[in-house]
Write a protein that binds this ligand. Structure first.
Ligand code: FES
Length: 172
C-alpha cells in the first residue's frame, strides 16, 4: 500500500470506512508514541492489516520517531511478524465484542468451512488466508469483515461465503 493509498484509506467515506488507521493511531497514542512500545504497536498493526507492509513500517517508524532500520529490524527478527500477505487474498473476520455478539463466530465458521482451513492458515492452493482480529475499529457497522483492504459492513454468512467462492474460483 503506497502512502497515497494510506492517505486515501484514512479519508474514506463513513459507509465502508477503513478505521484501521484510526485504531492504529489510537494504539500509538495509548503508548504515548514511545519508541519502547514498538513491539506492541507492530502487534496491533499486524492484527489490523494482516501483515506489515513496507509503507506500514514507514508509518510506524515516523509515528514513533524511530529509524526505519530499527523498525524493520524488529519486524524481521520475530517470527510472529509477517512482512508479506500469505495468500493471494486475505479475509479478516473481526472477532471483537461488537462483532462477536452480532454473529462473527458464524462468519468465521463459514469462512473456515468454505476455505477448508482454519484462522491463521492459508488454503492449499495459496489463494486465501483467513485471519481473525480483535477489533478493526468499525464497531458501528458490525459484524465487520475485511476483504484484503476493503472493509465490509454488516456481513452475513452467505455474504462471506459468496465472496470467498469468487476468490477461490478465480483463475490465478
Ligand atoms: S468489534 Fe469488530 S469492529 Fe470493533
Amino acid at each position: 500500500m503506497s502512502n497515497t493509498e494510506i492517505e486515501t484509506a484514512k479519508k474514506a467515506e463513513p459507509k465502508a470506512v477503513d478505521n484501521r488507521f484510526k485504531y492504529l493511531d489510537r494504539a500509538l497514542a495509548k503508548h504515548q508514541f514511545r519508541g519502547d512500545a514498538l513491539i506492541e504497536v507492530l502487534h496491533t498493526a499486524q492484527e489490523l492489516f494482516g501483515f506489515l507492509s513496507q509503507d506500514l513500517l514507514t508509518y510506524i517508524s515516523k509515528s514513533l520517531k524511530l529509524p526505519p532500520s530499527k523498525v524493520y529490524g524488529v519486524a524481521t527478527f520475530y517470527h510472529f511478524f509477517s512482512l508479506k500477505p500469505k495468500g493471494e487474498h486475505t479475509v479478516t473476520v473481526c472477532m471483537g465484542t461488537a462483532c462477536y455478539v452480532k454473529g462473527a463466530g458464524e462468519l468465521l465458521a463459514a469462512a473456515e468451512h468454505q476455505c477448508k482451513c482454519k484462522a491463521g492458515e492459508t488454503t492449499a492452493d495459496g489463494k486465501v488466508s483467513i485471519q481473525s482480529a480483535r477489533c478493526v475499529g468499525s464497531c458501528g457497522i458490525a459484524p465487520v469483515v475485511v476483504y484484503d483492504n476493503e472493509v465490509a459492513p454488516v456481513v452475513t454468512p452467505e455474504g462471506i461465503t459468496s465472496r470467498l467462492q469468487t476468490w477461490l474460483e478465480a483463475a490465478s
